[in-house]
Design a protein around this ligand. Sequence first.
Ligand SMILES: Cc1cc2nc3c(=O)[nH]c(=O)nc-3n(C[C@H](O)[C@H](O)[C@H](O)COP(=O)(O)OP(=O)(O)OC[C@H]3O[C@@H](n4cnc5c(N)ncnc54)[C@H](O)[C@@H]3O)c2cc1C
Length: 208
Amino acid sequence: MFSPGEAFFEDVGPKVHADFEPLIAEAGIEVAVAQTLERIEDDAVVFADDERWDSALTIVIPPYRGHPAVVASEGLGDEQGFVPTDTTMRHLDFPEVFAAGDGSAWAKPKLGRLAVHQAEIAAAAIRREVTGTGEVPAWQPEVFCITNRGGGRATLILSDWLWGGERDLTFSSPLARLMEWGFDEYSFHTRGHLPPEAAQEALKKLFA
Ligand SMILES: Cc1cc2nc3c(=O)[nH]c(=O)nc-3n(C[C@H](O)[C@H](O)[C@H](O)COP(=O)(O)OP(=O)(O)OC[C@H]3O[C@@H](n4cnc5c(N)ncnc54)[C@H](O)[C@@H]3O)c2cc1C
């Protein structure tokens, strides 16, 4: 696994790194940072410093950029085509425009967890404007993901370190695998819905 960045998984803090890196090593995965890709060949990747790695299957995540419709619009997006908003997800220049999810400039890193949080904020802000009721939740971003490590093992990662918070933890357990399975199944059978509120509240209590 390689990254052009100075650190791998730079969105989480030292505690997650300390817990997670041994698991990556245990899985036989080597991580190289500051490796800039020069070209991809049939059976190899070649880096800017001419280092060459054999590769049977190369998967590359390109730099993020905004949706073409935003890029093509006048003044809706920033230089990369992401929509700049305040913390109620309202556009900085066009108050009738809201943005949530990967297309928003606040969504760094690009995470479903942030997309859902932003959508809740945007919906509450619109409701408040239209009906004058309800509170707009505060913007409290966090990284939340469950890595399925195979063989019934999984690691949950929860961290708000990137935004100056103190939560930076991993949870490696069959329970994490069960949670990931439950989330996937629920989402699949409800065509993309999040687990019910009660399950989300239980999760919050578990991590409190
Ligand atoms: C492999 C992978 C693993 C991930 N793991 C995690 C994780 O563990 N935790 C986490 O928090 N996040 C994770 N993410 C990120 C997460 O999936 C995204 O951040 C999230 O889906 C963003 O939601 P969104 O609604 O902004 O965009 P999307 O989910 O991309 O939804 C955009 C929708 O717009 C539709 N669309 C596009 N163009 C048009 C058009 N012109 N007209 C109409 N519709 C259009 C698309 O079809 C799509 O349905 C992962 C992503 C990937 C790819």
